[in-house]
Design a protein around this ligand. Structure first.
Ligand code: ATP
Ligand code: MG
Length: 255
């Protein structure tokens, strides 16, 4: 089996004062190694809930999630932190860097917590920083760098452990268009040159047009799927806009 991720009949329901929200309602899909998958859908459609179930931050109500053939819905609580540290990389909208550490140490920390040998940590951090073109900002603290630079440090932190799957929730959400374009170049390097498998939630059609495949979610279900294939990025972008128009909802988020 070459699938890094298999999601099978996933359901996540929230009960609130007698009412039931089906945030994820029977979702199934597979992700092959090296794919760059986008997840799109209106606000409240269940994108973050889906990501949180895959990352084991939230427990599924029913269904199964296999990461490298291991069913993570069956993992004991005591094994979850180790699973996340070793198998997953995370990139959030608001960066989640530690303010008291410089860029180098923010990245190094990801290696330290999985028990990487200290003599290898420095060279691995240097290598990933060179790949992403951030070597010259490694000694700066988060308050000394721009949002776009912070997000590229976060990318380095996510990929330095060579995880099976990188999960990103609105990574360009807090960036201006120039920083977003630079970040997307970092994603391209992670994906095409380093073979990282990426699952990225985004509202933004331009950001999504860099993916190899997009799943559109509506009311907790998969509404549609687009594969880029041989399309140019612009042709793919136009197709995405068409599906987004069909989906309706928050089109103001899209461009
Ligand atoms: N902890 C929670 N308790 C109750 N309901 C929740 C909880 N988390 C999410 N929901 C509900 O589940 C649905 C899906 O929410 P989710 O955050 O997954 O949407 P989303 O697609 O990520 O939206 P956005 O684009 O605004 O981030 C919404 O109706 C939301 O109100
Ligand atoms: Mg969300």
């Amino acid at each position: 089996m070459n699938s890094v991720l298999i999601v099978k009949n996933l359901e996540k329901y929230y009960k609130n004062k007698g009412s039931l929200t089906k945030a994820v309602d029977h979702i199934s899909f597979e992700v092959e190694k090296g794919e760059f998958i986008g997840i799109m859908g209106a606000s409240g459609s269940g994108k973050t809930t889906l990501l949180n179930c895959i990352s084991t931050i939230d427990a599924a109500t029913a269904g199964h999630i296999y990461v490298n053939a291991q069913d993570v819905t069956q993992l004991a609580d005591s094994k979850l932190a180790k699973f996340r540290r070793e198998q997953l990389g995370f990139i959030f909208q608001d960066f989640n860097l530690l303010d008291t550490l410089n860029g180098r140490d923010n990245i190094a920390l990801a290696l330290a917590v999985i028990g990487e040998h200290p003599s290898l940590i420095d060279q691995k951090v240097e290598a990933v920083a060179a790949d992403l073109g951030i070597s010259e900002i490694l000694n700066k603290y988060p308050y000394e760098i721009s949002g776009g630079q912070k997000q590229r440090i976060a990318c380095a932190r996510a990929m330095v452990t060579n995880p099976s799957l990188i999960l990103a929730d609105e990574p360009t959400g807090a960036l201006d268009s120039k920083s977003a374009a630079m970040l997307l170049d970092s994603f391209r390097i992670m994906n095409e040159e380093k073979g990282a498998t990426i699952l990225m939630v985004t509202h933004d059609a331009f950001t999504a047009s860099h993916c190899s495949r997009i799943l559109f979610i509506k009311d907790g279900q998969i509404f549609s799927e687009l594969v880029r294939g041989r399309d140019s990025r612009k042709a793919f972008f136009d197709k995405i806009l068409n599906v987004v128009a069909l989906l309706g909802g928050d089109s103001h988020h899209v461009i």
